[in-house]
Structure formats: structure tokens, C-alpha cells
Design a protein around this ligand. Structure first.
Ligand code: FE2
Length: 268
């Protein structure tokens, strides 16, 4: 009898022992699995409606980011910008923003599924280690991609189309608008851009932003913008930024700006 009851006690001891081991091993495994799926969800692609800003039709890909070709010759905008500045600005400065953006995203391949616009609209969703690099170089890539398109050798003159009416409605006249735009560009301390934007209420506004920040970071659609970094004008104009700002109107592409105005209304 004693042996039989001893065996009974040992049997339950063994079962209990085995259960403890299974739980001890299983729990951390389950925990690790839960942590892994949280980490994956932090860098998973953002699903959202396409909201292109780089051009009216298409968002700017980061898979990989690519330098767009200039839509005209280097010397085509001589009425405002010399060929040497255009070559350096496009082939060196813009190219560097593209390279730096691609280099930052190398360690985060999942982020490449996001457009540059998506990344800039939600910088908090970018890992801290590369957040500033994405802001500066993603912004630089987006701003310059817009810039080349809103200039043309056939540009200049008075605004045309619907944007002309909107400018008159908001600023009183094209002359007054140009004056305010130039003043905002002149007042930007250091490097940055001056923009005509459409705000969340659908109204036109002039604003300037530092460095390579783009208005989409403040929930505004960039209709047109001028680059007031020294690299944009220094070879011809040296410290005469006001003269550069004045001459720039000789190459403004109102056709493209009207397309951007239409596109901005579709995003509201
Ligand atoms: Fe630039």
C-alpha cells in the first residue's frame, strides 16, 4: 500500500514539474512573438489615398528616389538663371539630396514603399535615427522636383487661367501678389523657400519655410515656390537676392501652376 501511494504522489509531482517547464519556455516565446509583430507593424507601409504633390498626377517615389531630368537645357532659363547655376543646382545639389535620401533608407527597406510626400506628412512615423535626414533630403528632392517644372523658357508674363483670377481675388492684383511674394523671399533669413500655397480652407497664402521644409509638413499644398538658397542665385547675383527674385518671374510657367492649382482642389 505504501509503495502504491508513493507512486501516486510521484506521478502528480512529475506532471506538475513538466507543466512548469512547458509554461516557463512557452511564455517568453509568446511574448517574443508579440513583440516581433509590434516591431513589424511600426515600419509597415502606410495605406492611404494617393495625394501627389511632386507633380499633379504622381507622388514622388523613394523606391529608389531618382533624379528627374531637367525638362529643358541648362541655358534655357537665361532670362533669370545662368546655365552654370542650373547645371550645379540640378546635377550636384538636387542629385545629392536624392543620394542622401536613398542612403538613409537603405537600412529601412519597408519605408521605401512610402512616397516622399507620405514620409514628409508624417515625420513622426520615421525612425528617429533618420528623421532629420529624411526631412532635409526628402524635402530637398520634392522641392526641386516641383521647382524645375514650374519654370519654363516660354514662361513669364502675366498669370493665365484660373490661378490669375484666384491671385486677383486674394491679393488684389498680380503686381501686389508679386510684391508680397518677393518680400517674403527676401525676408527669409538664411536658406529656405518662398511659397504660394493653398491652405486647408482652400485659400491662397504666401509663406516662407526654412531649409528644405515643404508646405505639406504644415498641411498646405504648394502651388508654386522659389528657392532662395544662395546656391540658387549666387554665381550671377552674389548677395543681390532681391534682383534674383525680380528676374525669376521671367521664367515662371503659368501653365504648370494652373495644373497644380487644379490638383490642389482635388485633395480637399
Ligand atoms: Fe536649391
Amino acid at each position: 500500500m505504501r509503495i502504491r501511494s508513493l507512486l501516486k504522489v510521484n506521478k502528480w509531482f512529475v506532471v506538475g514539474f513538466l507543466l512548469t517547464i512547458v509554461l516557463a519556455i512557452g511564455q517568453p516565446l509568446l511574448l517574443a512573438q508579440a513583440q516581433t509583430s509590434t516591431a513589424i507593424s511600426q515600419v509597415s507601409p502606410v495605406t492611404q489615398q494617393s495625394r501627389p504633390v511632386a507633380s499633379p498626377k504622381e507622388e514622388l517615389s523613394a523606391n529608389p528616389a531618382q533624379l528627374p531630368p531637367l525638362p529643358y537645357e541648362y541655358n534655357a532659363l537665361e532670362k533669370a538663371i545662368d546655365a552654370k547655376t542650373m547645371k550645379l543646382h540640378h546635377d550636384e545639389h538636387h542629385a545629392t539630396y536624392v543620394e542622401e535620401l536613398n542612403s538613409a533608407l537603405k537600412k529601412y527597406p519597408d519605408l521605401r514603399n512610402r512616397s516622399v510626400e507620405t514620409m514628409l506628412r508624417d515625420l513622426d512615423g520615421i525612425p528617429e535615427a533618420i528623421r532629420t535626414t529624411v526631412q532635409n533630403n526628402g524635402g530637398g528632392h520634392l522641392n526641386h522636383t516641383i521647382f524645375w517644372q514650374i519654370m519654363s523658357p516660354k514662361g513669364g508674363g502675366q498669370p493665365t487661367g484660373q490661378i490669375a483670377q484666384e491671385i486677383n481675388k486674394t491679393f488684389g492684383s498680380f503686381e501686389k501678389f508679386r510684391e508680397q511674394f518677393n518680400a517674403a523671399g527676401g525676408d527669409r533669413f538664411g536658406s529656405g523657400w518662398v511659397w504660394l500655397v493653398r491652405n486647408a480652407k482652400g485659400q491662397l497664402e504666401i509663406t516662407s519655410m526654412p531649409n528644405q521644409d515643404n508646405p505639406i509638413m504644415k498641411d498646405r499644398y504648394p502651388i508654386m515656390g522659389n528657392d532662395v538658397w544662395e546656391h540658387a542665385y549666387y554665381l550671377r547675383y552674389q548677395n543681390r537676392r532681391a534682383e534674383y527674385l525680380n528676374n525669376w518671374w521671367n521664367v515662371v510657367n503659368w501653365e504648370e501652376i494652373n495644373r497644380r492649382w487644379q490638383a490642389s482642389s482635388q485633395q480637399q
